[in-house]
Write a protein that binds this ligand. Structure first.
Ligand SMILES: *Cc1c(COP(=O)(O)O)cnc(C)c1O
Length: 383
């Protein structure tokens, strides 16, 4: 494809530090350290330090992380788990796979779970809440959610797949509840060359259980202590991630710079609703996994951008989890989520974007609302 701005550019990120990656791969393969090697324990230690938790457990991907955490927390048949529909299907599928029932609450203006709505969704069957720290931003009033969970004796498992490095009132994503789950899928803030994930927790017993669950129920020896699965992180990925983690703060800084450029230049356009801009004081330190905004005339804007060589994405193809009919979730009313998906799109957001590319995207968006829009309005009013 001859697009001028790609939505992702995996080969570019690889190329920038290619020598280091090749060295790491060569070293790990030469050592024959493929399964549960020292690179995993090293990465777990570094990750726990980075997010501010006591323990980290490397797993195959974030879906594994969510599944094992909910299972280890005792979630199963008959239980209800409160979450959102504006998320990747993984958040919800794990609840279904455990035989529990997902209960959805609507989103707030920042596109994340509306914490104000959680209390009224609680029933005697509610066992857990899975807030999703989407787009690199922790849910507003996360402290209130923690209070609500305590009041009703509920477990919080954070889906922080998109939020490594984000903080709220100084506390890191993934550290608010019993466990936090991270994804190292290639497009994530910290991505590897394939699938990987991790769980963080401060609870030692819970951490031990997760270590067994990810490895067929085994502890340090060959004894089987409980029914488990194979959800191990590949050692090679751990070695890559250990290296990439040293770049993460720099990458986050660059993402925040890009968000600031978008915000400075696009906030004057009435037809757009931008995400909260990066701030240096106040509650939220956002890390901009994505730059997700709402736009009037969204579909026309998307065509306009595509025609000018700019790739964009609609979040999860433009639907909330409850809107995939084949999943049989049935009638759920989430007005804000549904309205959001009619207008939502995501602009390119990754550290390797250069300022010329960002200025080009901004210009094309401005052109659309400056010139194109009057023509669209005229044609809409004539039908
Ligand atoms: C990416 C993602 C997941 C799943 O992560 P995998 O590592 O691909 O299993 C779960 N939840 C959210 C919000 C995500 O963005």
């Amino acid at each position: 494809m001859n697009s001028r701005v790609k939505y992702f550019d995996y080969p570019l990120q690889y190329k920038i530090n290619k020598t280091e990656y090749i060295e790491i791969i060569e070293e790990v393969l030469s050592r024959g350290a493929y399964i549960l090697g020292k690179d995993i324990s090293k990465f777990e230690e570094n990750l726990a330090g980075f997010v501010g938790s006591k323990f980290a457990i490397g797993v195959g991907n974030c879906t594994d992380a969510l599944l094992l955490s909910l299972h280890a927390a005792g979630i199963g048949a008959g239980d209800e788990v409160i979450t959102v529909s504006h998320t990747f299907v993984a958040t919800v599928e794990v609840i279904k796979f455990l035989g529990a029932t997902p209960v959805f609450v609507d989103i707030a203006d920042d596109h994340n779970m509306n914490i104000e709505l959680v209390e009224s969704a609680i029933t005697p069957k509610t066992k857990a809440i899975v807030p999703v720290q989407l787009n690199g931003r922790i849910c507003a009033s996360m402290d209130k959610l923690v209070d609500t969970a305590e009041k009703y004796n509920l477990i919080i498992i954070e889906d922080s797949a998109q939020a490594i490095g984000a903080t709220y009132k100084g506390k890191g994503a993934g550290t608010f509840g019993l466990a936090g789950c991270f994804s190292f899928y290639p497009a994530k803030l910290l991505g590897t060359f394939g699938d990987a994930g991790a769980i963080v927790t401060d609870n030692e017993e819970f951490a031990e259980k997760l270590r067994m669950l990810r490895n067929h129920g085994r502890g340090t020896g060959t004894d089987i202590n409980l029914w488990g699965l194979n959800c191990r992180m590949d050692n090679l990925h751990a070695a890559i991630l250990n290296y990439k983690l040293t770049h993460l703060s720099q990458w986050i800084k660059r993402r925040r710079e890009i968000a600031e450029m978008y915000n400075d230049e696009l906030s004057g356009i009435r037809e757009l609703r931008l995400p909260p801009p990066p701030v240096n004081s106040g509650g939220h330190y956002d890390v901009f996994q994505n730059y997700e905004l709402e736009a009037e005339y969204r579909d026309n804007l998307v065509s306009h951008l595509n025609e000018r060589g700019i790739e964009i994405m609609l979040p999860w193809g433009g639907k909330g989890v409850h809107q995939f009919n084949a999943l049989g979730i049935g009638k759920v009313k989430l007005p804000k989520t549904e309205d959001f998906f009619k207008k939502a799109l995501m602009l390119p957001m990754y550290p390797e974007l250069n300022n010329n590319q960002i200025r080009y995207i901004i210009q094309v968006v401005k052109d659309f609302y400056g010139v194109k829009i009057s023509a669209i309005k005229t044609s809409l009013s004539s039908v």
